[in-house]
Design a protein around this ligand. Sequence first.
Ligand code: ATR
Length: 269
Amino acid sequence: MNLVYEWRDAPQADFAVIGDPVSHSLSPRMHSAAYECLGLPYHYVAIRVDKGEVSRALEHLKAMGYKGVNATVPHKEEALEWCEIQEPLALRARAANTLNLQSRTCINTDAPGFLATLKGVDLPSNSALILGAGGSARSILIALAGEGYELKLFNRTRSKAIDLAQELELPSGTVLDQADPSGAGLIVNTTSASLQKEHVPLVWDRASTRTLAYDLMYAKEPTPFLAKAASMGMQTLDGRAMLMEQGALAFEWWTGIPAPRRAMAEALQ
Ligand code: ATR
């Protein structure tokens, strides 16, 4: 658990993650490990911000001299709106997770961070089944569509999946009536079911053992989704992989220095 500051009581520091809640965030530990590894004199803290107060909080941190901020749930959209220069990917994803406060610029490192974690993984096909239709699903769909994956989308509230598929101009037939993983080389669970320790309604007996089951969430124990996938002999990956990569890309964008990925990954174990 982090020491969490309310934004009005933010201490003098260089970088921060803002969110609500933010006490569980591993970003302070990960970025601090990077600074320590490279001998950089920076401080990274966790700051709680209420929804609707993101602009005021960012102005305050900017005035205090903060260099950069990571925005996490539920502030990625408000953070995007505060910026004057918005990367096209962040605009399309409607989410900025990395901000340069002094230049009021933002990028989205979630989507490229996610793709980076797939490098070197042997997937049996380039078909991907995405579970969920919230903001995380939007970033993942944009990332995978850009790489030419054939996409399938399932959400328990079907209308939200249909709206998202239309917004992203995905081909008709993308939205499934049931979470059928037939032919999928990759299944990404973007839902918050794992946070509630719940199972997602996947038709497990149609999944191939060579398929990669990827949960964007992580916990001390494997999530119910990953525990089930592992029991079926499938490859698994949890959200720490993506957390590390999005953090490494943010670090590099802020500092211009190659990120010490091993030290950052070790800080997450
Ligand atoms: P995020 O921005 O992290 O994607 P979100 O926008 O709140 O978060 O979206 C959460 C997603 O998880 C939604 O697709 C939600 O499904 P609904 O649209 O039906 O609400 C999904 N979700 C949450 N809890 C779930 C559960 N127990 N089982 C299946 N899907 C769940």
